[in-house]
Design a protein around this ligand. Structure first.
Ligand code: PMP
Length: 422
């Protein structure tokens, strides 16, 4: 084991890490249900769902059986000139479940690529209408949309993780993050600067990209759904496409299947990833409307100009189908409501702690925002010693457990957060 850790330390990048000052990593040998099993046999209750993805926990027998069955038929075939049942069945499901109108599906292999695809769709759509000058994007401050080039260009350029690339990235527009909290009364004044922005720059925009209601990696901020409703109206009025990045929020995390539903909004383009396969495989989809798809297809190129090698991977489609059927087979809404109440009850004592700036819970997401950033290596070990897997970042300690977590396991998570944040 020491060799494994040493080799890892000397040769392998982990997300956002240094080669010269690596953070500790914990060797995981197996994962089942809501538990990660370390190489030394210790079991940790999972508070992360492997970053929003593992909504049914790990190694769910239904999902592994779906994958095994598909492996025996075919793991992969190219999607150029070929189609297959898993891809068609998945498209049918996504069309039926996503907000009305999204009836063209582009499959890709990660959330960031789904965002790249969405941005290319928006540009091709505007070009095809003779509006090539509409080549800017707008996004919210505090937003996060992925680590690939154009996805980075719509992440918050100041508080986001990509400042060091400023200067090389395309320059787009950023609007102040909505101040109105998710659970506060709605105040129309909250959209004054958004209105002004559209009046000044609406004509330059191909699309506005937004994480509906929950801004994730950019700060775990929950904003008022009415803001999104208003944004959708403005986009419609200014012929700006609305791109909903539901990569983190999709498939039940916020208490609705998709977070757009809180605002009654049907975007022009929607990006899905993470929980699309229940976290079993890297896979993503970008959905759009027939209108956008047809306009793109009438443009100069006559085609949508993207086609990744692993597009429509049958194994990923098969497990995504099983994942969605599994989600719809039980009363997950009630469970998410109960998780939200338990997170609220369990974390509320943090509000009185001097180091805590805010506590907020929405659906199966609970966030404790601190005044100061955490010392990652120290706090991570404290959580592991407490028997839970929680991975804070910056000033945020947050829980986003699998939706199937038990009350007892969730209690372990919230108690650990309270003890360690104290
Ligand atoms: N958009 C959002 C809202 C995300 O949370 C993420 C991942 N954290 C992405 C896009 C990028 O997805 P991926 O990491 O699969 O490329």
């Amino acid at each position: 084991m020491n060799n494994l850790l040493q080799f890892d330390r000397d040769h392998i990048w982990h997300p956002y890490t240094s080669a010269t000052h690596p953070l500790p990593v914990y060797p995981v040998a197996a994962a089942h249900g809501c538990r990660l099993v370390l190489d030394d046999g210790r079991e940790l209750v999972d508070g992360m769902s492997s970053w929003w993805a593992a909504i049914h926990g790990y190694s769910h027998p239904v999902l592994t059986a779906a994958m095994k069955a598909q492996i025996d038929r075919m793991s992969h075939v190219m999607f150029g000139g070929i189609t297959h049942r898993p891809a068609v069945a998945l498209a049918e499901k996504l069309m039926a479940l996503t907000p009305p109108g999204l009836d063209w599906v582009f499959y890709s292999d990660s959330g960031s690529v789904a965002v790249e695809v969405a941005m290319k769709m928006a540009l091709q759509y505007q070009q095809a209408q003779g509006m090539a000058s509409r080549n800017k994007f707008a996004a919210l401050r505090g937003g996060y949309h992925g680590d690939t080039w154009h996805a980075m260009s719509v992440c918050d350029p100041v508080t986001g993780m990509h400042q060091l690339f400023n200067g090389s990235l395309p320059v787009h527009y950023f609007v102040e993050r909505p101040v109105a909290r998710w659970d506060a009364p709605w105040d129309e004044g909250g959209v004054t600067s958004l209105n002004r922005f559209f009046e000044r720059h609406g004509r330059e925009l191909a699309a506005f990209i937004v994480e509906p209601v929950v801004q994730g990696a950019g700060g775990m901020w929950f904003y008022h759904p009415q803001y999104l409703t208003h944004l959708a109206d403005l986009c419609l009025h200014h012929d700006v496409l609305l791109v909903a990045d539901e990569i983190a929020t999709g498939f039940g995390r916020t208490g609705r299947l998709f977070a757009c539903e809180h605002a009654g909004v049907s975007p022009d383009i929607m990006c899905l990833g993470k929980a699309l396969t229940g976290g079993m495989m890297s896979f993503a989809a970008t959905l759009t409307t027939r209108r956008v798809a047809e306009i793109i297809s009438k443009g100069q190129a006559g085609v949508f100009m993207h086609g990744p090698t692993f597009m429509g991977n049958p194994l990923a489609c098969a497990v995504a189908n099983a994942n969605i059927e599994l989600l719809l087979s039980w009363n997950w809404q009630q469970r998410v409501k109960a998780i939200e109440s338990q997170l609220e009850a369990g974390l509320s004592t943090c509000r009185q702690m001097p180091g805590v700036a805010d506590v907020r819970c929405l659906g199966a997401i609970g966030v404790v925002e601190l005044h100061e950033p955490v010392a990652m290596a120290v706090i991570q070990k404290q959580f592991v010693d407490a028997g839970v897997w929680v991975r804070p970042f910056g000033r945020l300690v947050y829980l986003m457990p699998p939706l199937v977590i038990s009350d007892a396991e969730l209690g372990m998570l919230t108690r650990a957060v309270v003890e360690i944040v104290r």
